[in-house]
Design a protein around this ligand. Sequence first.
Ligand code: GDP
Ligand code: MG
Length: 157
Amino acid sequence: MVVEKIESTLALVKPDAFDNTENIITIIKRNGFVISERQVVTLSKERAAQFYEEHKERSFYDDLTTFMSSGPTLALVLRKADAITSWRQLMGPTNSDKARKEAPDSIRAKFGTDGSKNATHGSDSPQSAAREIAFFFPEYQHSSEFNGQDVREYLTK
Ligand code: GDP
Ligand code: MG
């Protein structure tokens, strides 16, 4: 028997695509993801800065955190086999203009604005998934869905 490794990842629908939430959720479900958690939140500039802390030395950090605090964001926990890679594949390249050239069917191509306002976020590793899920859903690590998953080990290190 093949046992698939079910992963959880954090997805955000960013403020520039918030009005397209229903369309994006339709695509998410059509691609076999289960939405285990959802929450609408308007981030403060400080919370946005904390979320994107890894980019604090980058020139675009201030623009990014201003954008991310400019309106509502939808935070989702998505689950399926290989969810982290699979969701990033479905989002497409970081820059929406590049996505429209290279991956026209991707979510960032369809719903993103430019190189910064790019519709969605997805965790890039099991470690970031664990951190980012806990950032929005601190109780999730205690849920039965989270237990038994490989990402759990990254929370206890
Ligand atoms: P991601 O993991 O594909 O979202 O990309 P990164 O982690 O590298 O960057 C985080 C976010 O910062 C991106 O999703 C964009 O919103 C923004 N960003 C990344 N690179 C640039 C850039 O070169 N210029 C600007 N203005 N924003 C950027
Ligand atoms: Mg990233």
